[in-house]
Design a protein around this ligand. Structure first.
Ligand code: HGY
Ligand code: MN
Ligand code: MN
Length: 416
């Protein structure tokens, strides 16, 4: 006798159509998306998501960081809801699936339960967390960070983008600042489906990743100050070239990360050069080092060697250097019960699967501090993400969403 809902499957065409519809909002220039947080395009995407949730009979909650919570009632109104979701904001050269798959797979679960008139004891809430990416406003995971108490809302509101626009004012401007107190909501559990953004699942021909851990990350903003001067008439011995100092520090970052192979990684994705003129020696550079590892001790070692090594490089070159921690979180171990629900679902549905450590950071990595949490991952082509060419197959999206459905149902408890 099959367990209730044992053979349940989602509607893959409907999920895929919703992904393609959302991808039309905030298009990139090469087939992906540029729907950065609290831009007009983000607002448009939120409206579309809200319209779909309303059509699916859900009621929408909105907190003071713009986090969206689409609620489907359970049979026990006192039971804490099972939350499922991710983020709709993208990188400037983002793909169509990073974050979006996690939000729209949650919506697809609701649509499937509605089709089959299935009730659950616990309510189910589909969530969109504001500014997961941390690209327009650092740090990443800004709103889930406020939700779990890492940042204050006031500090988050004061974050400025490259044009000096503040996060809180922009959230207000696009009309998505809600009234709910951030973090007041309590969760029975949280599940997030996300593309792997790495090569492992595809390389091993696995359909599903059962995410047991998330590696930690650390963002250090480095400012090196030299002296602007003429690139033609300034003799080499007289130069205080901040750009050259940065280049040597970036070489050091690469060397430090390689010294902790195979898992540690390090790079700088954000670099500002001043005055960034072709015939001026850079007088100042500001760049952010992104170090990651599954082991906290390794992250701490990498940061310590960065500061020591960069200081030495700059002292030898007559440059000033300062460091500022601008983001990060410790490595994460997800909830064993929720991880088992994911693994049981993959086994029950017959999808090939393997345990996985998430290389990227996700809202689930922080929500894990306040509720039992786990993640499901699906492969992506060549492991490519944060690139407009990011691609997945519909089958992969369906497999991940089927597993998510069953993990959520095991936790939310089907009634009748
Ligand atoms: O940086 C991250 O890992 C995430 O994609 N925001
Ligand atoms: Mn993401
Ligand atoms: Mn991302």
């Amino acid at each position: 006798m099959a367990a209730p809902g044992e053979n349940l499957k989602i509607n893959g065409d409907r999920l895929w159509n919703s992904l393609m519809e959302m991808a039309k909002i905030g298009p990139g220039v090469a087939g992906g998306n540029n729907r950065q947080t609290v831009t007009d395009e983000d607002g448009e995407g939120r409206h579309l998501f809200q319209s779909w949730c309303t059509a699916a009979g859900m009621t929408m909650g909105l907190d003071q960081m713009g986090n969206m919570f689409a609620h489907r009632a359970g049979t026990d109104a006192d039971a804490l809801p099972v939350y499922v979701g991710s983020h709709l904001d993208t990188q400037p050269t983002g793909g169509k699936y990073d974050g979006v798959l996690g939000v729209l797979s949650g919506l697809e679960i609701i649509r499937t339960l509605n089709d089959l008139n299935i009730q659950t004891k616990h309510p189910i809430v589909v969530t969109n967390f504001t500014n997961e990416e941390g690209t327009r406003y650092a740090p990443a995971l800004l709103s889930s960070g406020v939700f779990v108490g890492i940042h204050t809302q006031e500090w988050a509101y004061e974050r400025e983008d490259a044009n000096g626009l503040k996060f809180g004012a922009e959230l207000e401007r696009i009309g998505w600042r809600g009234d709910e107190e951030v973090g007041a909501r309590k969760m029975h559990a949280f599940f997030e489906l996300h593309i792997e953004q790495g090569p492992i699942l595809e390389a091993e021909a696995m359909e599903v990743g059962v995410v047991t851990h998330g590696q930690g990350l650390s963002w250090t903003q480095v400012t090196i100050t030299g002296r602007e001067s003429h690139t033609g008439s300034t003799p080499m011995p007289m130069r205080k070239n901040a750009g050259l100092g940065m280049a040597r520090v970036l070489e050091l970052v690469d060397e430090i990360a390689w010294s902790h192979k195979p898992h540690a990684v390090g790079a700088a994705g954000h670099i500002d050069v001043y005055p960034n003129s072709r015939n001026v020696i850079p007088g100042k550079v500001v760049f952010t080092i992104d170090f990651r590892s599954p082991e906290l001790a390794i992250i701490e070692d990498m940061n310590a060697r960065l500061r020591r090594g960069a200081q030495k490089i700059c002292d030898e070159m007559g440059l000033e250097v300062t460091f500022e921690k601008v983001g990060g979180f410790d490595p994460v171990e997800f909830d064993a019960g929720c991880v088992s629900a994911v693994r049981n679902a993959a086994e029950r549905l017959g999808y090939s699967h393997r345990d996985l450590i998430s290389g990227a950071g996700h809202d689930a990595c922080l929500i894990n501090r306040v509720a039992p949490t786990a993640m499901v991952m699906c492969p992506c082509v060549d492991g490519l993400s944060h690139n407009e060419a990011e691609e997945i197959s519909k089958d992969w999206a369906v497999a991940g969403t089927d597993v998510l459905l069953h993990a959520v149902l095991e936790t939310a408890e089907i009634v009748g």
